[in-house]
Design a binder for this molecule. Structure first.
Ligand SMILES: [Zn+2]
Length: 632
């Protein structure tokens, strides 16, 4: 019987070759290996390069008209080996422009988009009405350079622009009650990279970041009575805040306890928060921020809110502390505890998983008072205020987790959203178990995966994210399937090897632009085995979660068949004729040989009455093959 069975397994492996095939590499990736910009080992190649820019932006927030008006000087450095005859500039706010394509309905909230008064390159004025020198298509403005930009050279772009801040908020905008969160706002030079050249993917609402690592020097003018938080350091803090606020800030930056820096009622007393002398005497506040080596810059402006903060030492070697703070209104449902949750999130990420010191000097979470959801930007999160505490805490955690992916690791979310959303959806699993043991974060992820897994609408992870139009399909592609892929990869490799590979991936690619291939190759190299048996079905294929009990032999061998082809842990519960039970668990690693079936030898010769396969922690889209009762 057994001999027959193994022959059967051998033959079926030969026919289906379940995991063994390697997908042919795309031509651009082969070329990158040839050019030495990337390497099959997963390391950045010896010829790896990336471009970057220095932004100096002076911006004025006109609150009554809800207009943002800016002047901007950008120095753009061409580190590529190519001579550039054009630059591509992103005008994100054109998503609101009348008649433009988009994936989110705007109702009657369309506006004029970004209005550019003038634009100069190296002092030459660009004729924006002449299609031979510049053209706009949806959210991209392409400017033909009067003189080509040579390798190793830089150019200076200067521009003046404005746009209307929309009340139809999408990652950014006016959230009502004078709460503004401004992201995706200034004309920004797109990424030029070794794979695609210029990134021309339009911003239609669904896909998010792919940015270079830049320097920012931003001055933002607001009317009096408002406070502003932003990416980077407020360099004129001592000119802006009262002694009362400065003293509380100092305390918060040095202690683990949460300090109330100011409260909503403090806004009623003039001079309590803002220092109205010196530069603020003329009733315009100019907030001056600087940030280096960050992929973007955003800010929040509001009043009548509470500001809580504390700090945490994230690196025991350097004793570096991170300031972690939260901003919310008195009407908030769950945010009274938000500073604590944010602090616990930074602690978890710094010391547990990924277990890498938090990469930024501060992390500010702002509640926009809407029902839920959240939006990350470097050092700043723009979150809704859900009804339940775990929902709020896990949203806060998720948006902070983006500090690692895609901000520290400059992944291309427009093409591979799972390279950041997947991690930001996976990392809360452990945090949730630790702080909210009753909360079903894991089983909810699993059932949401089961709802779409194996169905026609499910996209593979290697489908380019921007090409997916269906919302549920995108959710599953960007968040759910990759989060579970990382979860079961951890199960396959074991916690310490998984963490070692993750650390290696972060350390060699931090501040750069890793691709999926760099991720796969780094993990395989660290694991010292070809992990394609895992990566192929989870990332490339439409494999789905369906394990089943094929048969039980007289000598108590249980044959588990992988009908869906997805490598998963095997959990089997055996009920014996004498009434006793045994729980058997095999890790995801059992599928590494590529065989579509495995044999579990039960460690007892007692008669088996019933075998049940599965667990609420392992997805399975077909339960009909999960119970076998050989005794009947
Ligand atoms: Zn996210």
């Amino acid at each position: 019987m057994m001999r027959f069975l193994s022959l059967l397994l051998f033959v079926s492996l030969g026919i289906s070759s379940l995991y063994a095939q390697n997908h042919p590499l795309p031509i651009e990736i082969k070329q990158a290996y040839k050019n030495g910009t990337r390497a099959p080992s997963g390391y950045p190649g010896q010829n790896y390069w990336q471009n970057h820019a220095k932004y100096e932006i002076d911006v004025r927030l006109l609150l009554s008209e809800k207009i943002l008006k800016g002047e901007e000087k950008v120095t753009y450095f061409n580190n590529s080996p190519d001579t550039l005859d054009r630059i591509v500039i992103r005008l994100y706010q054109n998503i609101y422009k009348k008649g433009n394509p988009r994936e989110w309905p705007m109702g009657d909230n369309e506006n004029e988009g970004v209005i550019i008064d003038w634009l100069m390159i190296n002092g030459d004025s660009i004729d924006l009405d002449n299609r031979r020198s510049a053209y706009v298509f949806a959210t991209n403005l392409t400017v033909m350079l009067p003189n080509p930009l040579l390798p190793g050279d830089s150019l200076e772009m200067e521009t003046r622009w404005k746009f209307e801040i929309s009340d139809r908020t999408l990652r950014t905008g006016h959230y009502g009650n004078d709460r503004f969160f401004i992201a995706y706002w200034y004309p920004q030079i797109a990424v030029y990279d070794d794979i695609d050249g210029w990134d021309r993917v339009e911003y239609l609402g669904m896909v998010e970041y792919y940015n270079d690592f830049n320097e920012y020097d931003v001055k933002i003018s607001t009317p009096p009575g408002y406070v502003l938080w932003a990416t980077g350091d407020l360099v004129n803090e001592r000119d802006m805040f009262s002694d009362y606020v400065l003293k509380n800030l100092m305390t918060a930056r040095l202690t683990n306890d949460i300090t109330r820096i100011f409260s909503a009622s403090d806004f009623k007393k003039r001079n309590k928060i803002i220092r109205y002398d010196g530069i603020n005497a003329f009733h315009t506040n100019i907030w001056h921020f600087k940030a280096t080596q960050v992929p973007d810059f955003s800010f929040a402006v509001t009043r009548d809110v509470n500001w809580d903060g504390s700090s945490i030492m994230v690196d025991s070697l350097t004793r570096r502390r991170v300031f972690v703070d939260a901003v919310y209104a008195d009407s908030a449902r769950t945010y009274q505890q938000s500073a604590e949750w944010a602090r616990a999130s930074v602690a978890y990420m710094s010391f547990e998983l990924p277990g890498i010191p938090f990469p930024y000097p501060h992390m500010t979470t702002v509640s926009n008072d809407t029902r839920g959801g959240g939006m990350e930007s470097p050092m700043m999160a723009n979150n809704g205020d859900p009804v339940s505490a775990p929902d709020a805490a896990l949203t806060i955690f998720h948006e902070i987790a983006h500090s690692y992916f895609p901000f520290c690791m400059g992944t291309n979310e427009r093409k591979y959203a799972w390279m950041d959303e997947g991690w930001a959806a996976f990392l809360p699993l452990g945090f949730s178990k630790k702080h909210f043991p009753e909360y079903p974060y894991d089983t909810r992820s699993i059932s949401s995966f089961e709802n779409i897994n194996g169905k026609e609408r499910e996209s593979t992870l290697m489908t380019l994210s921007y090409s997916i139009g269906d919302y549920d399909s995108y959710r599953s592609h960007a968040y759910v399937r990759p989060a579970l892929a990382y979860y079961f990869l951890q199960d396959a490799l074991g916690d310490s090897l998984f963490k070692l590979a993750l650390h290696e991936f972060v350390h060699i690619w931090a501040g750069k632009h890793p691709l999926p291939y760099d991720f796969f190759n780094t993990f395989s190299r660290v694991a010292a085995e070809d992990l394609n048996w895992f990566f192929e079905p989870w990332f490339y294929e439409r494999a789905y979660a369906d394990l089943g009990i094929k048969k039980i032999t007289n000598d108590n061998k249980i044959v588990i068949q992988n009908y869906g082809g997805l490598p998963l842990p095997v959990v089997v519960s055996c009920e014996f004729a004498d009434g006793t039970t045994e729980l058997i668990r095999r890790s995801t690693l059992v599928w590494r040989s590529g065989d579509p079936a495995i044999i579990i030898q039960v460690d007892s010769d007692k008669m088996i009455n019933k075998v049940t396969l599965g667990s609420e922690f392992v997805p399975d889209v077909d339960d009909s093959n999960n119970i076998l009762e050989p005794g009947y």
